[in-house]
Design a protein around this ligand. Sequence first.
Ligand code: COA
Length: 149
Amino acid sequence: MKTLEVRLAKEADLPALHALFAAALPEVWSMEALLGELQYPYGCLLVALQEGTLVGFADARFFYGDGELTNIGVSSQCRRSGVGTALMEAIFSHARAANTECITLEVRAKNTAAQAFYERLGFVKIGRRPSFYDHPVDDALLYQKKMEE
Ligand SMILES: CC(C)(COP(=O)(O)OP(=O)(O)OC[C@H]1O[C@@H](n2cnc3c(N)ncnc32)[C@H](O)[C@@H]1OP(=O)(O)O)[C@@H](O)C(=O)NCCC(=O)NCCS
């Protein structure tokens, strides 16, 4: 069984994190944006390492009881093996430590895999934002999870 470590990202992780981000998601953040996220005081940027190799990341912000999951991605070779769930469990633990009452997120309407993933973790669909995304155009579905559940 391969070892999996989830921890806060460090500056040295950013090149590998940026490459994984670009491979996993259509809207890649710049290195500057990732560095800003690393330094942002009200949130956490996490990485998942399998046998020391970066295979996933997740980023969330927590502010006055409200949490927002901004991004999550797992390398395509490592999906469906619990890496995403381990990252989200760590996000939930940071959220609780920051007294977060609920976490919201947006997901592309066509991204049914991510929707199944979030629903399995207890997120509930609460809205839709038509044509929210570009390249390609897609609606955003809004999901929320109350942390006491
Ligand atoms: C969404 C994502 C992060 C899930 O990561 P993962 O490591 O594969 O997730 P897990 O292995 O922890 O999956 C947990 C459960 O979620 C559900 N799930 C995950 N991927 C799924 C898929 N492709 N289809 C259906 N259900 C899925 C399943 O219930 C799964 O449990 P199971 O494997 O026992 O059936 C990953 O698919 C990914 O990086 N996708 C591309 C980036 C992306 O879409 N990010 C979200 C943007 S909003």
